[in-house]
Design a protein around this ligand. Structure first.
Ligand code: G
Ligand code: G
Ligand code: MN
Ligand code: NA
Length: 266
């Protein structure tokens, strides 16, 4: 209850920030996109982890407002970076050849269930003028499995708008594999627990290999989450994993630092 009150107060006081963690191509080491991650600078307690306050925001429904704010902020930032780093060619080709730096945004169950969800996402895309193909919405495997019908319906509508969809924390949520191909998913994100345990025993490497093969068979990309060591990177490259995210490359950083990272790879 205390957290609930604090959270509403924080929303009014605008104590939230969006941080950005790079997603890196494991062949070229180029940043191909960012994942937007909310941060709360709590006036009394310094940083408060989203793992703690997102569930409360979900229960109280504040996640709807918070979620749109994250989407709006992240899309506005993405558009600014596109303008700054990847301006459209002048003349004939227009923006078509613009490099596709992407922005991944996490979604909660409540947001997807909300009746104006698809409409509002469209509105944000129009307002911020981003290419819809550069927006990637992340939902967890458990959301998918708890509401397969609703998710399937909304996802079809979203994909009709050319927005990409990622399945987050893959491997932890008891997905029925027979279900997976029924959803228009573009990317599987392998949960970091598998990446961490790759070092410990060969079975986990076999699991990671199996997930990568499964994803590729279904025509999906793969992102390994929680890459922390060079050894893990080498192993993932050997397994044919194309993208990675984790402290080895960068922790989530603020917009200014993220922009520096983009500058430094130009
Ligand atoms: O950034 P960090 O690892 O502390 O995030 C902890 C959890 O909070 C992760 O599961 C992450 O997906 C979730 N999270 C972070 N930002 C958002 C957000 O904007 N919306 C939702 N729904 N979850 C988020
Ligand atoms: O659930 P989701 O995958 O959205 O959560 C992302 C969370 O994982 C973020 O809170 C981020 O801070 C955290 N994270 C990102 N990279 C690493 C990493 O290499 N190691 C660990 N332990 N956490 C990470
Ligand atoms: Mn995520
Ligand atoms: Na994850």
């Amino acid at each position: 209850l205390r957290l609930e009150t604090d959270l509403r107060c924080a929303w009014e006081q605008r104590e939230f920030l969006v941080y950005y963690q790079p997603i890196v191509c494991l062949k070229t080491y180029q940043i191909v996109g960012f994942e937007a991650l909310i941060r709360w600078f709590h006036s009394k307690n310094s940083w408060m982890s989203p793992a703690e306050f997102i569930p409360v925001a979900e229960e109280t429904g504040l996640i709807i407002d918070l979620g749109y704010w994250v989407l709006q902020t992240a899309c506005t930032q993405l558009h600014a970076w596109h303008q700054l780093f990847f301006p459209p060619y002048e003349g004939g080709l227009g923006g078509i050849q613009m490099r596709e730096l992407s922005m991944s945004v996490n979604l909660s169950d409540r947001q997807i269930q909300e009746s104006n969800f698809v409409e509002n996402i469209n509105k944000i895309i129009r307002q911020t003028q981003i290419n819809p193909q550069t927006l990637k919405l992340e939902i967890t495997e458990s959301i998918l499995m708890e509401n397969p019908q609703i998710v399937q319906e909304k996802f079809r509508q979203i994909q009709g708008k050319n927005i990409r969809l990622s399945l987050d924390d893959f491997g932890t949520g008891y997905s029925s594999l027979s279900y997976l191909h029924k959803f228009p998913i573009n990317t599987l994100k392998i949960d970091r627990s598998f990446i961490t345990r790759m070092n410990l025993d060969p079975e986990n490497t076999a699991i990671v290999q199996a997930i990568i093969t499964l994803a590729h068979t279904l025509g999906m990309d793969v992102i390994a989450e929680g890459v922390e060591t060079y050894e893990q990177l080498k192993r993932l490259q050997a397994l044919g994993c194309e993208y990675g995210q984790g402290y080895f490359f960068s922790k989530p950083v603020n917009a200014i630092e993220a922009e520096q990272l983009l500058k430094s790879q130009q």
